[in-house]
Design a protein. Structure first.
Length: 280
């Protein structure tokens, strides 16, 4: 059996019958298991799954990349189809999150976290399993756990914030998780938003697995919200990894995606709803 990642939720669609929304979700099939990575906002998950003929009842575990609404909002829709299910995440995925956004003449912190309290989603079947370290979830499938911040150029977006002791502080995104698949062609890395920095993530995964061959990277890179210097240095670092396929989407942004397309040529792909990455 092949290894397959199918994008279920994303900002854009290119095929009739599918729904686009600001968010991300991927259906991950391996020879041993089936996982769901994120849920999108909740508008497109179930309709797109039906259209793409992916069975949510086969999902053995849901992995949440971080606690923003556009990655967790479909949790109840998923549980409504799947029934009770293990949800792998960092404990801070439940923390209230904010982003400073224009509201009239000034900026205000707008809540963008998981739309429901823990007790409610647990009552609907979420079986949270808190993971903070690099861990193998199934044969050849790893979740990153907390990603060390080692690069000096992946500084993140200062507009994301949390309240700590009554004061606004930058969101540390300790819950920013990705997954890695050990396929016959090399690692396939699936990102949520890469708030930890795509290079930090790739370095962490290659160090923990001892595998330096990266076949593909798929998902959001958040380069659409980052400084120009971060984009330039990210491109330099990505080339050193010799990634065969770079399939970006969601928070990557149109201009950074266009630049990546130029830099990586045939190795670049855009990953809208319905995009399939298959290995083996």
């Amino acid at each position: 059996m092949s290894w397959k990642v199918t994008v279920l939720c994303e900002n854009t669609v290119t095929m009739p019958g599918l729904l686009g929304e600001h968010g991300f979700s991927a259906y991950v099939e391996t020879p041993e298991t089936t996982l769901l990575f994120d849920t999108g906002q909740g508008f497109g998950l179930v309709p797109n799954t039906l259209c793409l003929k992916k069975d949510l009842q086969k999902v053995s575990a849901l992995v949440l990349s971080h606690g923003h609404y556009d990655h967790t909002g479909g949790l109840l829709a998923f549980l409504g189809v799947r029934g009770p299910c293990e949800v792998v995440a960092h404990p801070q995925v439940l923390e209230e999150r904010f982003r400073w956004m224009p509201v009239g003449p000034e900026e205000k912190p707008i809540s963008i976290g998981l739309p429901w309290r823990e007790a409610y989603v647990v009552s609907r079947g979420a079986r949270f399993r808190w993971v903070e370290s690099f861990e193998e979830l199934a044969p050849g499938v790893w979740v990153t756990g907390v990603v060390p911040r080692r690069t000096d150029f992946e500084t993140g977006d200062p507009k994301f914030a949390v309240l700590r002791d009554g004061a606004w502080v930058p969101d540390p995104f300790l819950d920013d998780y990705s997954i890695a698949l050990n396929t016959p062609e090399g690692l396939v890395v699936v990102l949520g938003c890469a708030h930890a920095g795509i290079i930090n993530i790739l370095e962490h995964i290659t160090e923990k697995t001892g595998i330096d061959r990266i076949h593909a990277v798929l998902g959001g890179t958040h380069l659409g919200f980052s400084a120009r210097e971060q984009l330039e240095r990210t491109i330099e670092a990505l080339k050193r990894f010799k990634v065969k396929t770079l399939a970006v989407c969601h928070c990557t942004g149109q201009l950074p995606a266009a630049r990546l397309a130029v830099e990586f040529g045939a190795g670049f792909a855009f990953a809208p709803v319905g995009f399939v990455l298959e290995v083996g």
